[in-house]
Write a protein that binds this ligand. Structure first.
Ligand SMILES: [Zn+2]
Length: 240
């Protein structure tokens, strides 16, 4: 059974940090989604691939994903050869999503950059009928990009206020990656004491842009269609 949305990250936890609230909101609307991690996060400074896999399974359950899997394309040097592209093309064809989520293809982390480009390219190639992979050709309507750390001005913002607790719980499922006063593992960007507060402050800032408490902002090559322009801006801070 096809999914409506396929959320593809480079590492386990990329999705939770960027679009978990939106996925929970889509689920509440009756849409089906799957999560795919392009790597197992085996180069991560903290935790192990096994711990991260267990955390990822738990986070996917919290968000309500239909499935979660890893393509294991190599953390810290994510593969972008033809065979890696074919793996992503076949995944897209197998699941037939209408919307893809993928990293912003210009990010600090090279794996995120590669993942963003890989998914965008695969989304197009997946529609080429003469390219045979074992599943029928399918091209998603739109690839939507999330930013993992660097701020990018969003093209649109999804109100996730009602799903902020689900989002927080899914993020916290990756306990090995975040601040733990008792941990003897080396510090990373994610394990700094204020990291999750920083991530949430971005959700507050995006929410403030659309007049709600929490939002998740995204970019896409085409903006979404607006059916009711008056409704689309209601509740916003006036005077902009
Ligand atoms: Zn990542």
């Amino acid at each position: 059974m096809a999914v409506d949305v396929l959320a593809i990250g480079a590492h386990p936890d990329d999705i939770e940090l960027t679009c978990g609230g939106t996925l929970a909101q889509l689920k509440a609307r009756g849409y089906r989604f799957g999560i795919v991690d392009l790597t197992r996060g085996e180069m991560g400074t903290r935790g192990t691939p096994e711990i991260r896999a267990a955390e990822a399974r738990r986070a996917a359950e919290i968000l309500g994903a239909e499935f979660r899997e890893s393509l294991d394309l190599g953390d810290g040097g994510l593969g972008r050869g033809r065979e890696h592209e074919i793996a992503v093309i076949d995944l897209i064809r197998r699941e037939k999503p209408r919307i893809l989520f993928a990293p912003y293809p210009d990010d600090r982390h090279p794996d995120h950059r590669r993942a963003g480009q890989l998914v965008m390219d695969a989304a197009f190639y997946a529609g080429l009928r003469k390219l045979e992979t074992g599943h029928a050709a399918h091209r998603p309507q739109q690839t939507i990009h999330f930013s993992t750390f660097e701020p990018h001005p969003p093209d649109f913002v999804v109100d996730v206020t009602a799903f902020i607790e689900t989002r927080r719980a899914a993020m916290r499922a990756f306990a090995s990656q975040y601040h733990d006063a008792k941990s003897a593992e080396p510090q990373t960007l994610l394990s700094q004491k204020d990291f999750l507060d920083m991530v949430e402050s971005r959700a507050r800032q995006h929410g403030a842009l659309i007049g709600v408490e929490f939002g998740e902002g995204f970019t896409s090559r085409r903006p979404p269609r607006v059916d009711d322009l008056i409704q689309a801006f209601s509740g916003f801070e006036p005077g902009f």
